[in-house]
Design a protein around this ligand. Sequence first.
Ligand code: PMP
Length: 749
Amino acid sequence: MKQIESVFEIKIAEVKSLDGDINYSNKKFKITDSIGTKYVLKIFPDKKEWALAEEESFMLEKIGHTLSFQVPQNIKLSNGNMFFKFENDNAKLLSYIDGDFIADVFHSDKLLFSLGEKIAELSIALQSVESPIFASRILFWDIQNTHLSLPKITFIKESERRKLIQYYIDRFTTFVLPVQHFLRYSIIHGDLNDYNILVDQENIRGVLDFGDATYSPMVNELAITLTYMMLNKQSPFEVIRPIIKGYQKHISLTQGEIEILPDLITSRLCISLCNSAEKKHLGQDNEYVLISEKPAWDLLELWSRTNPIEIQRYFYEATNFQGNNNLSKDGILKTRGIVTGKSLGLSYEDPILMTSALFQYMFDEKGNAYLDCYNNIPHIGHCHPTISKVISTQTRKLNTNTRYLADSFNKCSERLLKYFPEKLSKIYYLNSGSEANDLAIRMARTITGRNTVAVLEYGYHGNTATGIEISSYKFDGKGGKGKGDNIIKLRLPNLFNGKFNTGQEYAKDAIDLIEQLSEKPCAFIAEPISGCGGQVPLAEGYLQVLYEYFTANGILTISDEVQTGFGRLGNWFWGFEMHNVTPDIVVLGKPMGNGHPVSAVITTENISENFANGMEFFSSFGGNQVSCEVISSVLEIIETENLQENAKVVGKHFKNELLNLKNKYPTIGDVRGEGLFLGIEFQTKNAQPDKANANFVKNKLKENFILTGTDGPFDNVLKIKPPLCFTKGNVDFFMNKFDGILEAIDSKI
Ligand code: PMP
């Protein structure tokens, strides 16, 4: 320090370390001299930093006098040099800027507006700076390089968080990367976080630390500040308007900049979170590195639950930009009525126009976000980034039919078959549950030479001609012609309000009926829990007794696992396991492709051999390379994201909470199901099916932005079957609204 006293002819009274980040190669000290003047001493142990430090000083000297706030200025030596030797390193002395960090003060709209103005002012000043040194830097902190953070996601321990980062970095590469080079570029500060901005009450006094200055799209400067100012806020989106309004006083954002701003903010959050994860992994985490970690996760998670249209609206409002999101629901409804027929139904009397979805949330055109408690096709979550990636990558390589050999076919088949008992060792791919059931029945008819199929009442197995033939839900429903001669309909073994009290009685009833037939059925098809029957688990023991009888009589057993499969039931990966039976044929669909149309029939070697009677089995799309990659990824994600276990734990919590409400409200007659496949049956005071209340509740839930559906022979069962990433928090949100709705009904009775 003596050196400094002599070089600058001052008497040092106090020296304090200012280093926040242990990884900064430069060391910082606050120095106060004997007459109270404060300075910052910066030491540069890393020689590679010298040129940059010099460039930074030139830049700050150039722009300093044009700004209405302070930036650090070099205190030059008497010979005009910026650097002096400090021990063996280079060092420089800078002016000290007084003030509070903006992180530590209340953010009034006035302050935020002023902040916006100052960012714009800085951007305008920096436009005059030309610096090959800054322009040639590639910094991972720079939003334009967000994709460089992707490899770091392996350092994030929680799979649901990795998925979130993967999703938002994908958005960067899809929506920002291809357009960013058309944006306005300039040198930017690059790290206008809340500890680099100093304020005096509601005025911005200064901006510190230009160590991350780089050449980047100008709008990234604004995005970075917006990111940090949104952290730790009750209503983070509210800060957007004042900051952007202030900014727009000096710089008009272009349409392209406005439209990508939300993605720039999530990108910066991803960079920061990947960095914290890496630092933690390397054991380099300290208070400074992790300070924004929790609030950054909170913000990113909130972002994922918020309708992108709603988020975009904050930016549009702040800039008076109209946007081009003027979808008319009425218009779309009308056109649909013109282009298709009435038999294609819609959910809800007032249908919802969905514009996007993410994980367990769905978003409409008005900006509303719905909690999805109903859709079981996006089994691992809507728009899972791995599935999007796999589809787009494989369609770029090869997507052809199964008459050519492909490794992906074998890999995905071997992987899937591992989930089955050894006996079920052959797989055939199709495109929908209906087609797969159709093939299962065709197999049974081909092999046995018999035609009759035993089905359960209220069962649904598909929309094809055979599908309707075997679905009591359809042939007994509106427009149905009743059961065909080749169908034998068995009673649904329902323990809640059915005829018998045990599975054994129901099985005996079924066997008695079959025994009366002149010719035995070729097959028996059933879901382990009847979805369209009203989420009714087949009574315990029923399938065990029946399967024994069927096997003894050469009747093939088919388990339709289109809804119950792939871990949804929590305790079991397949529904038939819940009944301790092994079917001859298993039918898979919906969840298997997470929305990509793929299904399968799994069967035994013996059935497979006998089915090969010379007639070829071929499906144009079934088992193509894209489908196979998707299936493998779905299985991989179910495993890595622990989704079966999640279905078990969250499903148990959900069911327990519902059972508690059943004790409170007599309108709930029954709560049943397994894992995240639950049903709530509504009843009247006289224990009769209560369709009106079930539908009232479904519509009220929709008004509260919760998606469910009703089903069952009396349409009085509320069905719950959400994506498996559903959380306990989601359950509690549902229960809160559900309880309120039931209370209102209760008080009316
Ligand atoms: N089986 C069951 C049990 C189903 O729930 C469905 C569809 N709801 C199907 C078969 C038919 O599947 P898809 O709509 O894919 O043809």
